[in-house]
Design a protein around this ligand. Structure first.
Ligand code: XMP
Length: 504
């Protein structure tokens, strides 16, 4: 059992996920019957126990929206000015499936030629025309492919200089809906009117959103979405630091509607963090606070006693981390997760197994050792929802950047507070900067991870995360330590070459 492996007084080794293997149990249910519901914090439940890391190459609003739609949650990083981070939070809270809340608008003075250029860069063809070319301004009309194609047919040489005001369909001839309508109504209007785009306006005629028929067709249901039970807004978390100025950041994030803050620190058991947790809990008692990072029971107890609603566990084990090398401090992740989860469970505080996850099997192990959810950086980096552009390597691979928040590049943008380096003359790197391969969209990748996770839980004989963790407590969950040879045997071996396709 885990308590025999980790609890023995003679155990002097730290174990990581790869040192362990879960022994199979008895299966009396189908893989589709496995429930992944778990907890992010005391008050926030998730249907998918996966959280995206607060890193500037992983989580901004696009990622947070996608993670919440898939039943997890995203933590917006804090390497941003306060107003920008708050705006990212607000974007997630305002998200409404099927509604484009920031459609690209154009001014009536733009020429058809200029519009052609814009179309070739953005990849779509219909644009609302507003008074000043901005969202939120008075809607004057809509210009679509049909309007611009017509200009070319009449006089292809000269008429590309025509202004959009002359060729657009004016608002008076458009079908629009007032703000507050729901997607069903919008869908209905689009179908009856046979139009491709439906502007949503205020009673005063200001443009607030756009609904596109192509999006409605694509708009699948997200039954697992992490939403507020009453107002149905997606839930979102955001990272903060421990500087006095971060109190203003908390206020701005709360005003933007954030549901949880995650205190971003490589060593969470500091007086700065204790004070921050206590300040938040006394000023914003309903705001969920995730404290950390911790790897020992003592660190965990101190933060729980300050009022933490969840703990982030992991030190120096992330794919981009050099903390253990540089500072000689940290802990092997399986040992850290098991020990902190055991302590935190007595207080009803969930823990997040943060970092070092590179496969669905690692998530199975993190949950089996008591984690409420896995926090992932590299695993989710390279998906289309992460910040940053793709580029090609010399051998033709499509890549994105992924960097540690303790890398020099990231610290120069503000994350040095995570390593108590704000006032330091010399910045000591505790992370590296690298690249990861394109993984496609989160909407395909998370279902792959959760399906893998379900297969793992089925093999173990646990139909839910609750059951898995009861089995852990009762010693029914059995593990074996793996020798180096056993680890080799458990991977692909003995082939001349092979191709690895992750899912279909
Ligand atoms: P993975 O393995 O998922 O790890 O890529 C992501 C987690 O690593 C932490 N993190 C760092 N740790 N130096 C560190 O020692 C760094 O530069 C760094 N950047 C991120 C963080 O906890 C993240 O969630």
């Amino acid at each position: 059992s885990a308590s025999e492996i980790f609890g023995s007084k003679t155990t002097m080794s730290g174990y990581t996920y790869d040192d362990l293997i879960c022994l199979p149990g008895h299966i009396n249910f189908g893989v589709h019957d496995v429930l992944l519901g778990s907890r992010f914090t005391k008050k926030i439940a998730l249907k998918t126990p996966i959280v995206s890391s607060p890193m500037d190459t992983v989580t901004e609003s696009n990622m947070a929206i996608a993670m919440a739609l898939e039943g997890g949650i995203g933590v917006i990083h804090t390497n941003l000015p306060v107003e920008t981070q708050a705006a990212e939070v607000a974007r997630v809270k305002k998200y409404k499936a099927g509604f484009i809340l920031e459609p690209r608008c154009v001014p009536p003075t733009m020429t058809v030629e200029e519009l052609d250029k814009l179309k070739s860069t953005v990849g779509f063809t219909g644009f609302p025309v507003t008074e000043n070319g901005q969202m939120g301004a008075k809607l004057l009309g809509l210009v679509t492919k049909r309007d611009t194609d017509f200009v070319q047919d009449v006089n292809p040489m000269t008429d590309r200089k025509t202004r959009l005001s002359e060729i657009m369909t004016p608002t008076a001839n458009l079908v629009t809906l007032f703000e507050g309508c729901d997607l069903l109504e919008a869908n209905d209007v689009l179908q009856k009117s046979k139009k491709g785009k439906l502007p949503i306006v205020t009673r005063g005629g200001l443009l607030v959103a756009l609904v596109a028929r192509t999006d409605i067709k694509k708009n699948v249901d997200f039954p697992n979405a992490t939403k507020h039970p009453l107002n149905k807004e997606l839930l979102v978390a955001a990272a903060i630091g421990t500087r006095p100025a971060d109190r203003d950041r908390v206020k701005a994030l709360v005003a933007a509607g954030v549901d949880a803050v995650v205190i971003d620190s490589s060593q969470g058991d500091s007086v700065f963090q204790h004070e921050m947790v206590k300040w938040i809990k006394s000023n914003f008692p309903d705001l969920q606070v995730v404290a950390g990072n911790v790897v020992t029971k003592k660190q965990a107890k101190n933060l729980i006693e300050c009022g933490a609603d969840a703990l982030r566990v992991g030190m120096g084990i992330g794919s981009i981390c050099t903390t253990q090398e540089v500072c000689a401090c940290g802990r092997a992740q399986a040992s850290a997760v098991y020990n902190v989860a055991k302590l935190a469970r007595q207080y009803g505080v969930p823990i997040l197994a943060d970092g070092g996850i590179s496969s669905p099997g690692h998530i199975v192990k993190a949950l089996s050792l008591g984690a409420g959810a896995a926090m992932c950086g590299s695993l989710l980096a390279g998906t289309s929802e992460t910040p940053g552009e793709y580029f090609y390597s010399e051998d033709g691979k499509r890549l994105k950047r992924y960097r540690g928040m303790g890398s020099i590049d990231a610290m120069k943008k503000g994350s040095d507070d995570r390593y108590f380096g704000t006032a330091a003359v010399i910045k000591v790197a505790q992370g590296v900067s690298g690249t990861v391969q394109d993984k496609g969209s989160i909407h395909k990748y998370i279902p792959y991870l959760t399906q893998g996770l379900k297969h793992g839980m089925q093999d173990i004989g646990a139909q839910s995360v609750d059951q898995l963790q009861s089995m852990l407590q009762e010693g029914q969950l059995r593990f074996e330590l793996r020798s180096a040879a056993a680890q080799r045997e458990g991977g692909v071996h003995g082939l001349h070459s092979f191709e690895r396709k992750l899912f279909d």
